[in-house]
Design a protein around this ligand. Sequence first.
Ligand code: GTP
Length: 342
Amino acid sequence: MPIHSENIQHPQPSSQITSSSIPDVHQIPLVTPKPSTANVPTITAPKPATPDLSPEEREAIKQSMNLPDTLPIVNCLARARIPTTQGPEIFLHLYENNIDNKEHLAIVFGENIRSRSLFKQRKGETQQDRMTRGAYVGRLTPGRTIADRDEILNKELHFNEDGTLIIDEKTYSDPTLVRIHSECYTGETAWSARCDCGEQFDEAGRIMGGDGHGCIVYLRQEGRGIGLGEKLKAYNLQDLGADTVQANIMLRHPADARDFSLATAILLDLGLVEIKLLTNNREKIVAVEGKHRRVKVLERLPMIPLSWQQKENGIHSKEIEGYLSTKIERMGHLLEKPIKIN
Ligand SMILES: Nc1nc2c(ncn2[C@@H]2O[C@H](COP(=O)(O)OP(=O)(O)OP(=O)(O)O)[C@@H](O)[C@H]2O)c(=O)[nH]1
């Protein structure tokens, strides 16, 4: 049943905002801010995540989701090494696909995770062409001429007669850590304290950078698939008292309008068939595995908000508390609120 505006509880008035109390945008730090510790209650560490989904739960979620029978076709157009300000290097992969015109990405930690579509030999292309689009082994250095062999690192690629890359299966003997991230301009770029998207992105990168192996699939699904404009409207409805689910429904969108089949197809293209997934969202687990479970989530690792782990860290705002509560209470997220001790 649609939720109408008269059913909305108006929120407690937030701290009075006057033009003089609005911070100058130039004063906003460019990294996840360390909030003031004043008035922040002491918290105990959250309990460990609840166990993974039982086969029955998995099946029930699957039935409710109407997962597509076939996966989209994805093609990795280019890959490049990116040294990062955070330390680890990443390989950024850009994908095209046959269901939308968006540029979805895979942020890959580790040189040995290879895209089948990128590395496949193309008719008439030169070794220079292959290096230019990122289909090379090892590391590019000035003067290198062969994409398929790195003389310095002593690495070489091998191909079948039809030009497909022969993969060393040993590379994937361990399940790879994966995060499926949906675009969030406000949380990643505009320093929003309404959601924890930016923090989750940073955390996933920090963990994978430490391991030297992992993949963040970055899907262009702003606002859980409703787009930035609609998300901004949803924020206004949230300021009027709706929660994140009600606001979507009032705008005549589903609570979550995302389709994760592109993520499944990208993971398969990267050879990531057995994975450990960083998420609290049980529907995401089932959706990423897909209808025929071609990708298998062998383990789920929780994403516990940093502010719940240590009060000095993470995001502190009235809005994020409401957002996280709604995810737990209305979206069934596998996350337990910490016990507050004042
Ligand atoms: N419509 C809407 N989208 C939001 C809101 N807050 C964040 N988002 C979007 O939610 C998406 C991020 O969700 P995820 O981080 O994948 O979170 P999740 O699916 O709930 O589960 P986790 O994997 O546990 O994080 C991004 O596309 C954000 O833009 C909101 O209030 N309304």
